[in-house]
Ligand binder design. Structure first.
Ligand code: TLP
Length: 347
């Protein structure tokens, strides 16, 4: 089977551009973005900064590069970065934080979504000749490994207060921040006002083929532009990436609710299936993660699912992650639930 014939629930990164996006790519006015001369990139960056309530923005090729550039632009080499132990930066970015940015990640384990202000206070040690200097706190929103859980504006405010007290900055890996805003039905600025800077992805639920955007104050974005260049991320006629990004910001945000409704619908079906352990209350956005009974081999289960035309990911030895996105309709969710039940209970 060709991959496009599967019900592909591995990630919202698999979304394809809309016809309107492809048309916009064809029509885009282009220039050399390393000289800051691509009008389409400039337009997208202005729109993004405005939407996030920050001074400036920078288009980068990927979320991973956005996080790395932001770490490099917020910190000096050798400094310490407090982050959540299950965060994407810590788990899935090949250690770039240490290997390239030269920073010491200081993981703090949260219960669900993010750390409590008190946990941060306890992790922050007094000044001492032996200790690296802390400079940044990172939060992830929505939280990927916790199943798309939202870090609420109140939680962010608590973190921001600790940061201010200790003269630290707060950075948000907001890869899916619009999912959080849509789920809570609030403006995205309710989140962003509590952080110094952030990134969000165009190439996930918003359906763009490529791209993430870093947002922050002008000084930070100037540093980020330089760091993007060091990493080889200076792009030339990047308007072909920015053009679908503009459509994403104008037209693709509100529809994320459909993905959330589908995820919730699936979770409610899964609750009733023997062999699946899931708390549907934890399904807040477009991710559904569930544990299989320990007797069930996760890889064998995913293989059976694949044979049934459905792709999902293992997130831990016994944990499955399913992500809804544009292209996944209610009928696909129904088929998925029925297949999971059949695999676990009827063979
Ligand atoms: N996450 C991907 C995989 O890398 C796991 C996915 O399918 O969810 N921050 C967060 C919170 C992310 O979930 C991701 C991608 C990134 C950063 C990195 O984005 P890309 O893939 O554009 O480098």
């Amino acid at each position: 089977m060709h991959v496009s014939e599967f019900i592909d629930l591995r990630s919202d990164t698999v979304t394809l551009p809309t016809d309107e996006m492809l048309e916009a790519i064809k029509q885009a006015k282009l220039g050399d973005d390393v000289y800051g001369e691509d009008p389409t990139v400039n337009k997208l960056q202005e729109m993004a900064a405005e939407k996030m309530g920050k001074e400036a923005a920078l288009l980068v090729p990927s979320g991973t590069q956005a996080n790395l550039v932001s770490l490099m632009s917020n910190c000096q080499r050798g400094e310490l970065v407090l982050l959540e132990a299950e965060s994407h930066i810590y788990w899935y970015e090949v250690g770039g934080i240490a290997v390239i940015a030269g920073l010491l990640p200081w993981p703090i384990k949260a219960n669900k979504s993010t750390f409590e202000p008190q946990q941060l206070e306890s992790a922050l040690r007094p000044v001492n000749i032996h200790y690296p200097v802390p400079s940044l706190i990172c939060v992830e929103n929505t939280h990927n490994r916790y199943g798309g859980i939202i870090v609420t504006p109140d939680q962010l405010e608590g973190i921001s207060e600790v940061a201010k007290k200790h003269l630290l900055k707060v950075y948000m890996d907001g890869a899916r921040i619009f999912n959080a805003a849509i789920a809570l039905r609030i403006d995205v600025k309710e989140f962003t006002k509590h952080v110094d800077n952030l990134m969000f992805c165009l190439s996930k639920g918003l359906s763009c083929p490529v791209g993430s955007i870093i947002v922050g104050n002008r000084d930070f974005i100037n540093k980020a532009r330089k760091n993007r260049k060091i990493l080889g991320g200076g792009m030339r006629q990047a308007g072909i990436i920015a053009a679908p990004g503009i459509i994403a910001l104008e037209k693709m945000i509100d529809r994320l609710k459909v993905d959330h409704d589908n995820a919730k619908f699936l979770a409610e079906k899964l609750v009733k299936i023997r062999g699946v352990n899931i708390d549907s209350k934890n399904v807040q956005t477009n991710m559904v993660t569930f544990d299989l009974d320990p007797s069930i081999d996760c890889n064998a289960f995913l293989q059976r699912l694949k044979e049934n035309g459905i792709l999902a990911l293992a997130q831990a030895r016994n944990r499955v992650r399913i992500v809804t996105h544009r292209g996944i309709e209610r009928e696909h969710v129904e088929i998925t639930a029925a297949s999971i039940d059949r695999i676990l209970n009827r063979t």
